[in-house]
Design a binder for this molecule. Structure first.
Ligand SMILES: C[S@@+](CC[C@H](N)C(=O)[O-])C[C@H]1O[C@@H](n2cnc3c(N)ncnc32)[C@H](O)[C@@H]1O
Length: 263
């Protein structure tokens, strides 16, 4: 089957739409990637050009969701950037209850890593982890908590023993995360471009490996949005590889290792 070619003009429409909807700034080098990720949607609709497909995206909320699901980059793994989990552990050891938000949760590896640390340090399940993303397909994976067994290699052994159930026989390449009865894990759709006060207030917000997709201006907008959900004295954690101009944000101070405190 011959690939359906996307024209420069069609690609620019994709760039504009993605930026408008979720703030993702797609460089011109991503044309081939866009073509290969969206082609299955054209075939699904039996459409032979991107212009017609993009018209559907603009009028159908369901197709817009599929479009965003295809074009968001979801790489994640358990206990990514372990310094942040050491920091979380030290906080949890001093706390009797905590609420933590994994903003841009992708497939949930970050949210479950957070939950394992909280559950092992805070008595009586007095913790809650909320994971949000724009990608409804990855949110379904979050809700199931079902992963390839190979992903467990990144999880410290003490947590593997406590929270990871390996499938048997035909399912032995799979692993289910089981946080136990009474654990409070919530996963829901949320666009970081918008404020969302219904999520409530958090002690810690993980906002990692997502800022890199945004322009400098959008980063500031997103950080100001999430800070509305952070308690004064609470912590905002971004990726060790990400940056934003913190002079643009009034009420935070930099601590260390890409960790900020709301003041
Ligand atoms: C690379 S993953 C990061 C996952 C996890 N935070 C980690 O560090 O492993 C980036 C995630 O950001 C999500 N994302 C991109 N733009 C977003 C937006 N405007 N609002 C919410 N999530 C967004 C994508 O759908 C994707 O799942």
């Amino acid at each position: 089957m011959l690939p359906i070619q996307i024209s420069d003009v069609e690609f620019q429409i994709v760039q504009k739409l993605l930026f408008k909807e979720v703030g993702i700034s797609l460089s011109d080098t991503k044309k081939k990637m866009v073509q290969s990720r969206l082609e299955k949607r054209l075939r699904f609709h039996n459409i032979s050009n991107y212009s017609d497909y993009l018209k559907i995206v603009q009028i159908s909320q369901a197709e817009k969701t599929e479009f965003l699901n295809e074009l968001s980059t979801n790489e994640t793994y358990f206990f990514r950037e372990e310094k942040h989990f050491e920091f979380l552990e030290s906080l949890a050891q001093k706390s009797t209850n905590m609420r933590v938000w994994s903003a841009a949760a992708s497939m949930g590896a970050e949210a479950y890593s957070i939950a394992m640390v909280l559950d092992s340090n805070i008595p009586n399940k007095k913790w809650e982890v909320v994971g949000t993303d724009i990608n409804t397909a990855t949110l379904n994976i979050c809700k199931q908590g079902l992963y390839q067994f190979s992903w467990s290699s990144k999880i410290p052994v003490k947590y593997q023993k406590k929270y990871c159930l390996r499938g048997s026989k035909a399912h032995k390449d799979k692993m289910l995360i089981d946080m136990g009865q009474g654990a409070s894990m919530i996963f829901e759709e949320n666009n970081l471009l918008e404020t969302n006060l219904t999520l409530g207030q958090f002690d810690v917000i993980f906002l990692r490996n997502v800022l890199l997709y945004f322009t400098d201006e959008t980063k500031i907008q997103v950080i100001n949005n999430v800070l509305k959900n952070l308690k004064t004295g609470g912590f905002l954690i971004i990726s060790l590889t990400e940056h934003f101009d913190d002079k643009e944000i009034k009420n935070i101070k930099y601590l260390h290792n890409a960790i900020y405190q709301k003041v």
